[in-house]
Design a protein around this ligand. Sequence first.
Ligand SMILES: [Zn+2]
Ligand SMILES: [Zn+2]
Length: 180
Amino acid sequence: MDLTSYAELAVLLVNAAEALDSLEGTRRLLTEAGRGDQAARLTRADLAILRELRRELAAVFAAAAGRDEDAAVGRLNALLVRHPVRPQISGHDGQGWHLHLTEDGRPCEEYAAGAVMGLTALVTELGVDRLGLCRAAGCHRAYLDTSSNRSRRYCSERCATRANVAAYRARRRTLSGHSS
Ligand SMILES: [Zn+2]
Ligand SMILES: [Zn+2]
């Protein structure tokens, strides 16, 4: 299995500040992440831990986006200590044998182990510079740059288009300023 795919859990959480305001919002988030079993077991105690985890993961992305690789790795190492992976082979609900990163029992810890281990795998296999924050004005959403030439700058096509239009208008303003 590819652990780097778990890094999407970190992105999803960092970009979900509002969803974490309520139990229902967080249940929806986990269900969208394909973690319906965790969503069903979610309690208010999990919310506090997920909110804290979101802040910590956002700081990892901010450090990486600011090109401070030592800080990003230091923060990730601290998260690995706090949310340890204890792998178990599981085969419940008629599924084939598959890997569980932890059998902690609490949805927040299962989510945390996945998100932190996913980022760790991505950073060690592809590089810290694969973590970014959107550069479109007022956005700051997290993204993973899996492009072959590490050229990604925005969280979405929508933000890329918006930023390109803004840059075009700024250029036109500069040009008309010079001609007058
Ligand atoms: Zn399972
Ligand atoms: Zn964006």
